[in-house]
Design a protein around this ligand. Structure first.
Ligand code: PLP
Length: 369
């Protein structure tokens, strides 16, 4: 088969940073090789910076973002725990499903799709939840929620742990896990970090780790066991390179994430956030100038993922097909009841730049002509 190259302007994966691609192609190392252990250690350090945390337990889980979600709940939900989930899109709904499967009594606080999470409504849902959970950047609707405000509200009124989905925010939007009171956070590599899908950057603070389920139902995602995998046991024992075998680390993916994070941190997190903000604003202005209507509430629009209403009488799928076949551009359909009435356009990682904005605006206006 011939090799196809696309502009990945959908909800993810995005095109990777060249450094991340180069990281994939390095000579493969054994997963317990000291040279790889150094890469893993540095990757965890770089992830701490990307999360804005000093949590010792910050690591790339060996699976996609959904495994991060599973790990968050399977390690923290004790049978019958009340878990309040702020739902304003598909991924909030998924949190409810996952938490319920872990034995939680889930209280879903439904918000209109397209709106951000309202901390007051979340707080009012239950007097003493064990966990409050929310999605920072709802990829299904293109909405950013104010996690700093939610964290403050949760801390001031409850003893609950705060679980946050940062899959579509890490590496693209301001994210300050410690400052905002995030106890458990999970993310993905395939969005603003500009790395292929396959790992779930994960962080858990001391408070949440102390309350964890001792023997969670999942062996693979048991954070107690994974401490040894990233070297915690060895460090405690005063040894060096104290890896214990848990599972075979996806060496090439970790090397790629290491390189992608290096690229992001070299540019500087604040610069990367500003680049995403500028690209998103230019795209959103351009779409409105074309007469198109944006879906997400003004003031809460994600810079890296824009939702736009499909004009009346336009075949949503046909336009996406034209973009793909004529311009090698992928954009996303909507989700749920908005599947054919909304498009999702992502400008993430290396695609958050003016040339990409011009390309998608030009192609879309030709496709709509
Ligand atoms: N959470 C959010 C906000 C997402 O956008 C996604 C994927 O797009 C996920 C969770 C699930 O991640 P994955 O598809 O990598 O398993």
């Amino acid at each position: 088969m011939s090799i196809v190259t696309r502009h990945l302007f959908g909800p993810g994966p995005t095109n990777p940073y060249p450094e991340a691609t180069e990281g994939l192609a390095r000579p493969l190392l054994g997963h317990l090789d000291p040279a790889f252990i150094e890469i893993m250690d540095e990757t965890c350090d770089r992830l701490r910076q990307a999360w804005g945390t000093s949590n010792a337990r910050t690591l790339p889980l060996s699976a996609t973002g959904s495994a991060g979600m599973e790990a968050a709940f399977v390690n923290t939900v004790h049978p019958g725990d009340v878990v309040v989930v702020a739902v304003n899109g598909l991924f909030g709904q998924r949190m409810c499903d996952v938490a319920a499967r872990c034995g939680a009594e889930v209280v879903a606080v439904e918000h209109p799709w397209g709106s951000p999470v309202d901390p007051e409504r979340v707080l009012a849902a239950h007097p003493s939840p064990a966990i409050v959970a929310a999605v920072h950047a709802e990829t299904s609707t293109g909405v950013r929620s104010d996690i700093a405000a939610l964290g403050e509200a949760v801390r001031s009124a409850t003893d609950a742990l705060l679980v946050v989905d940062a899959v579509t925010s890490i590496g693209g939007l301001e994210l300050r896990a410690d400052e905002w009171g995030i106890d458990v956070g999970y993310a993905g590599t395939q969005k603003c970090l500009g790395v292929a899908p396959g790992l779930a950057p994960f962080t858990i603070g001391e408070r949440a780790f102390a309350r964890r389920v001792e023997r969670p139902q999942s062996w693979y995602l048991d954070l107690g066991l994974l401490g040894g995998y990233v070297g915690e046991a060895g460090a405690k024992a005063g040894g060096s390179g104290g890896r214990t075998y848990h599972h075979t680390a996806p060496v090439a993916m970790v090397s790629s994430l290491h390189a992608g994070l290096g690229r992001v941190l070299d540019e500087g997190l604040e610069n990367v956030w500003a680049r995403h903000a500028a690209a998103g604003a230019a795209l959103q202005d351009g779409l409105e100038a074309m007469g198109l209507e944006l879906f997400a509430e003004k003031g809460s629009r994600l810079p890296d993922l824009t939702t736009v209403r499909v004009p009346d009488g336009v075949d949503s799928a046909a336009v996406r097909r034209t973009l793909l076949e004529r311009y090698d551009i992928e954009i996303g359909a909507g989700v749920g009841e908005f599947a054919s009435s909304v498009w999702r356009i992502g400008l993430m990682g290396p695609n958050a730049r003016p040339a990409a904005v011009r390309l998608i605006l030009g192609a879309l206006s030709e496709a709509l002509d």
